[in-house]
Design a protein. Structure first.
Length: 365
């Protein structure tokens, strides 16, 4: 296997088919038509693959409990790329999942040197307020900080260490530090925690993640299998998501503010970023563009709309008009700017209202 995925580094993935073949990922085609509710993240292959999502579908069909687990790293600002996972969380909650959200304050401290007090502030201001504003419901949602998890969770992070070896971790993650090792064990406890007896016992759990987090998923599945006799764990499932491209190409990242649209950006900032930084798939002159057309598949503004515009018909019209040369790059950028700013205007109002609700979501030990 030549490819290495590093869950602690930001990088661009260009060939998802290679990822599918090298990492044994199941294609999404086999589940699209049996989803209980349609969702364009699946039909557009933004969710491009999965691990054992059939177990979730079987639980839904038989009306048995299942859970969703996701984690947030409190180390940067919340941008449109982060919104994808939250939208999937809400979708899974709507079709019956009990939601677990772990704030990875231990991991941010160990791997990114974020003080715990600062991590808590970032988690609330940049993440939890946006989660609530986007539509996550308090009912059947449990949010907890790694530093404040219950005793059973703390013990689980130690017990998983017994089931692994240093060589195994090195083979999965590559170069290791003490912080990364502790972080990996903590992540394993996070993924398996919803199946402990205090949470209703073993049940199917799905983790929606960017493909860069696949090493954690694979290790958690191996550990669930090894610990099955003692705990009865069911192998965790995963929905694997294409990373949203940044404005300048590559991955949208908090570490490069000009590559990202943050959910707290004002209208002028959004307009400036898209007009100045959004990579164009158009030609270098209007005359040439009208004749040859643009390439929406590499155009940053169109790529954002692919993740952001729910209307398939409208999106298809934009695609065809841009590709034919009927629509100019400047016009495509204006459509994207208007769409994002209309969303952000309402979202930012909901963010302020969400401040009164945060305490309802955080799990108290």
């Amino acid at each position: 296997m030549n490819l290495k995925l590093d869950p602690w580094k930001s990088f661009e993935i260009k060939d998802y088919n290679k990822i599918i073949s090298e990492f044994g990922i199941e294609k999404i085609d086999d589940i699209i038509n049996v989803l209980p509710e349609k969702n364009y993240y699946f039909t557009r292959k933004i969710v491009f693959g999965h691990k054992s999502f059939q177990t979730i579908l079987e639980a839904i069909k038989s009306k048995k409990p299942f859970a969703m687990l996701t984690g947030l790293m409190p180390s940067g600002r919340f941008h449109l790329g982060h919104k994808i996972i939250v939208d999937l969380m809400i979708y899974l909650q709507e079709i019956g999942a009990e939601c677990y959200v772990v704030v990875a304050d231990v991991e941010s401290f160990l791997t990114r040197n974020i003080p715990l007090k600062e991590a808590k502030k970032i988690a609330i201001e940049e993440y939890l307020l946006n989660y609530i504003a986007l539509g996550l419901k308090a009912k059947k949602t449990k949010i907890y900080f790694q530093t404040e998890g219950p005793k059973s969770y703390m013990n689980l992070s130690k017990f998983v260490a017994k089931e692994t070896t240093f060589n195994e971790l090195k083979n999965i993650y590559g170069e290791l530090t003490t912080g990364k090792i502790i972080s990996a064990f903590t992540q394993m406890a996070d993924i398996l925690y919803p199946q402990l007896e205090e949470n209703g016992g073993p049940k199917p759990v799905v983790v929606p993640v960017g493909v860069d987090q696949l090493p954690h998923i694979n290790l958690s599945r191996d550990l669930a299998n090894r610990m099955k006799t003692e705990y009865g764990f069911i192998l965790p499932s995963a929905l694997l998501v294409r990373l949203m491209p940044g404005l300048k190409g590559g991955k949208m990242s908090s570490s490069d503010p000009d590559s990202a649209i943050f959910l707290t950006d004002d209208a002028e900032t959004v307009e400036r970023k898209i007009k100045k930084y959004a990579f164009s798939g158009g030609q270098d002159t209007i005359e040439k563009h009208r004749k040859l057309g643009g390439n929406p598949d590499i155009d940053s503004s169109y790529q954002i709309l692919n993740y952001f515009e729910p209307d398939d018909k409208k999106l298809s019209e934009i695609y065809n008009d841009y590709k034919s040369g009927k629509m100019l790059t400047s016009e495509l950028k204006e459509i994207t700017i208007e769409k994002i700013n209309r969303f952000l205007k309402e979202h930012q109002k909901k963010r302020e209202l969400a401040r009164k609700q945060v305490d309802k979501f955080i799990f108290k030990i």
